[in-house]
Design a protein around this ligand. Structure first.
Ligand code: F0G
Length: 452
């Protein structure tokens, strides 16, 4: 039973179409693999109604604020609350929701001092129901899967997509098939998919090897593809930007920094910013920058060596397993939003990632290693003069610390980076290894004194 069946009225019923990002072909329906029927490129969702009559920005803002006191399921969701800018449902009760979104925006005073950027915030998407940003996209895509009559959904994943998909499929009464690279995702993420009842296949390949299969599978079997090439996912992930701007009271900000893996999230946030600017919800575009691990730097190389014109794939290797991706599906969309917003693309080393993660942790905020690339990247962007000290910066923390406890424990025990190299010496003050003691008061007081 929904908590309350009376949702607040929408400003606008958002009829939508699919548009190919390469040839611009418009269609009312997408094929099973979400590829353009003319040229095979990716699709995005577009809202032709906005050309005819733009939704009124003031009315939208008021509607979204008013929904915050409603007890209806779609209003309690931090995604569906913004449904006026999402593909329309026939009935609000169709939404499969776990109350996703509604994530906190934290100030980061310590990291602000470290980077020399006083107005530094973290938008913590790890505070979503399955502890990553994937839930915001999954609520929309899973809803449209069920609406289209599918019994099975599938994805390839570095762990978070699969955890999220399995949860939303279970909530929506669908079955789910998960394809993950064997031995290359964290146990925490794997355990989520198992508990939510997914058929979980550990494949002897990497993420890029896994990703090819759902694409082929959906052409042969009635299975709905829930990777981020599914444009409904990106529509849901768009709401991060809406919620963030609302939290900033719609005051302009200068930079949003996100980790880049398969590049769906950066594409979604960029699409939101462009749409918000077009609709007059914001008066200027923040720069959206993407940070990758050095060992999984396909977008960095694509921009530097090919001017963003063709994808340079890489064999991916990083301990930030969420972004261990060498052949990102949404690279063209990401190049587009970087160009449109004037953002930068940087890469950071394994040591820089570990240090940044511990620095965020020292603020009392736990994130995944993949999320910490944002702070590591910010340090570089400040050094380059791309980010100025008087600017407002938001780091998107994509996943929760508990998603990958092995990384954190190895870091604090000093089991990472093979001993003390000069570059890892900077990490020493950030390490807090567990102390094994006899169960006596003296031993505990001794530990306290040592820590002083
Ligand atoms: N951060 C985390 C915690 C992730 O799980 C991912 C991607 C990213 C960043 C990168 O986002 O792919 O949209 O550029 N994880 C996917 C997965 C690939 O399968 O869970 P992206």
């Amino acid at each position: 039973m929904p908590l309350s069946s009376a949702s607040t009225p929408g400003v606008y019923k958002t009829d939508f179409r699919f548009r190919c990002i390469a040839c611009g072909d418009l269609s009312d329906a997408a094929s099973q693999d979400f590829r353009c029927s003319q040229c095979g490129d990716l699709l995005e969702i577009t809202y032709p109604g906005w050309q005819r009559a733009k939704p009124d920005p003031t009315h939208l803002k008021t509607t979204w604020r008013n929904r915050r006191i409603s007890q209806c399921a779609v209003d309690l969701s931090g995604v569906w609350r913004f449904r006026d800018l999402l593909p329309a449902l026939d009935d609000d009760q169709q939404a499969i929701t776990l109350r996703e979104g509604n994530t906190p925006l934290y100030e980061l005073p310590r990291c602000a001092r470290i980077t020399g950027v006083p107005r530094l915030f973290a938008k913590h998407q790890g505070m979503n129901p399955t502890a990553s940003f994937k839930d915001t996209g999954m609520t929309v895509a899973a809803t449209f899967a069920r609406r289209a009559g599918f019994r099975w959904v599938a994805c390839a994943s570095t762990g978070n997509t699969s955890a999220s998909m399995a949860a939303y499929a279970a909530r929506g009464g669908m079955r789910s098939l998960v394809l993950v690279p064997e031995g290359k995702i964290s146990w925490s993420k794997l355990s989520q998919a198992l508990d939510y009842g997914a058929v979980t296949c550990q494949l002897r390949t990497d993420f890029d090897g896994c990703l090819r299969l759902p694409q082929q599978l959906v052409m042969k079997a009635p299975v709905y593809q829930l990777n981020s090439i599914n444009p409904f996912r990106l529509e849901g992930q768009k709401t991060l930007a809406l919620e963030l701007l609302e939290q900033l009271d719609w005051q302009p900000l200068d930079h949003i920094i996100v980790p880049g893996g398969n590049l769906g999230n950066s594409s979604a946030i960029g699409k939101a910013l462009i749409e918000m600017n077009d609709l007059g919800l914001i008066s200027r575009l923040p720069k959206l920058s993407v940070i990758q691990a050095e060992g999984a730097n396909a977008l960095v190389r694509t921009l530097r060596e090919a001017g963003g014109k063709r994808l340079i794939s890489v064999p991916a290797e990083t301990r930030a397993t969420a972004i261990r991706i060498g052949n990102p599906a949404s690279w063209k969309k990401a190049v587009h939003v970087l160009e449109a917003t004037g953002g930068a693309c940087e890469q950071v080393s394994e040591i820089e990632i570990a240090q940044a993660k511990a620095e965020i942790g020292a603020e009392g905020i736990g994130c995944e290693p993949a999320s910490a690339v944002t702070l590591a990247g910010l340090k570089k962007l400040v050094k380059q003069g791309f980010v100025k000290p008087d600017e407002t910066v938001v780091l998107v923390l994509t996943g929760n610390l508990l998603k990958d406890p092995d990384f954190t424990i190895d870091f604090h025990r000093g089991d990472m980076f093979g001993g003390e190299s000069p570059s890892s010496a900077a990490l020493k003050p950030l390490r807090h290894a567990p102390i094994v003691l006899d169960a006596t008061l003296d031993a505990v007081i001794g530990a306290l004194e040592q820590a002083e």
